[in-house]
Design a protein around this ligand. Structure first.
Ligand code: ADP
Length: 242
């Protein structure tokens, strides 16, 4: 099934849970960069040894490490039917730009950027509760505060870019997981005719795909972005910028 979703959310917002739900519903691979990295650490691969300290400190691992992993995963997703749900990338503007170019080269650009909107106090409470159960090295109060700070400084500004591209869906994630999941699936189901339509059109050379076709209604002022399109993308025609 062709459904390509990337998720942007602070740590503890429920990306893992909702990503798994979306993957099951649409029969698409769930590509979670944090999980892939933790798996390398657990297996003590050379990559795992190289990134362990970043994970322990709640810092971003070097962009190229995750981009290489994601390219490989998107190639596999293409062979498996063309859909994916990306969880954990992009985390900064450089990754957004590079991931876009990788996906564009593979004919696999995202249909939807899903933002899980949740406040710091709530995610801190959730992460501390998770710490008691899962013992993740980065779920301590200090490291959580640093991860949230990083999210607000370098990840959240990307949301604006997806809004400008007309693919942003923002969901209130301050509610029980089941309720959030229902809302996400309803929103994604509602977009399927558009996505299927585009998939059909993309096979027909010369047929223009209307830009902004999936722009959600915005309230006044919401459309003003402090972040410009990443360098290198501004020249692309709107129909090629998704
Ligand atoms: P969370 O979003 O709950 O903090 P993740 O499992 O998504 O957790 O990520 C855990 C850690 O993995 C991050 O703190 C970071 O060290 C690393 N990581 C995951 N994705 C990326 C990425 N795209 N770029 C850089 N580092 C990443």
């Amino acid at each position: 099934m062709r459904m390509r979703v990337l998720m942007i959310a602070p740590p503890g917002a429920g990306k893992g849970t909702q990503g798994a739900l979306i993957a099951t519903r649409f029969g698409i691979p769930h590509i979670a960069t944090g999980e892939l990295l933790r798996d390398h650490v657990a297996r003590r691969t050379s990559l795992g040894r190289a990134v362990q300290e970043y994970l322990d400190r709640g810092e971003l691992v070097p962009d190229q490490v995750v981009l290489d992993m994601v390219r490989e995963a998107i190639v596999a997703a293409k062979a498996a039917g063309g859909g994916y749900v990306l969880d954990g990338i992009p985390r900064n503007m450089q990754q957004a730009r590079a991931a876009y170019l990788i996906a564009r080269d593979l004919g696999m650009t995202a249909d939807v950027a899903l933002h899980l909107d949740v406040g710091d106090a709530e995610v801190t409470r959730r992460l501390l509760a998770r710490a008691a159960l899962e013992h993740r090295s980065d779920d301590t109060a200090d490291v959580i505060a640093g991860r949230l700070d990083l999210y607000h400084r370098v990840t959240a500004p990307i949301i604006c870019w997806y809004r400008e591209r007309g693919i942003l869906v923002s969901v209130n994630a301050m509610r029980p997981a089941q309720q959030i999941g229902r809302e996400i699936l309803t929103a994604l189901d509602g977009m399927r005719p558009l996505i299927d339509g585009e998939a059909a059109l993309s096979g027909m050379a010369g047929v223009p795909v209307p830009c902004q076709r999936r722009c959600l209604p915005l309230s006044a002022g919401q459309n003003r972005c402090a972040v410009a399109s990443p360098p290198g993308l501004a020249h692309l025609p709107a129909t090629g910028r998704r």
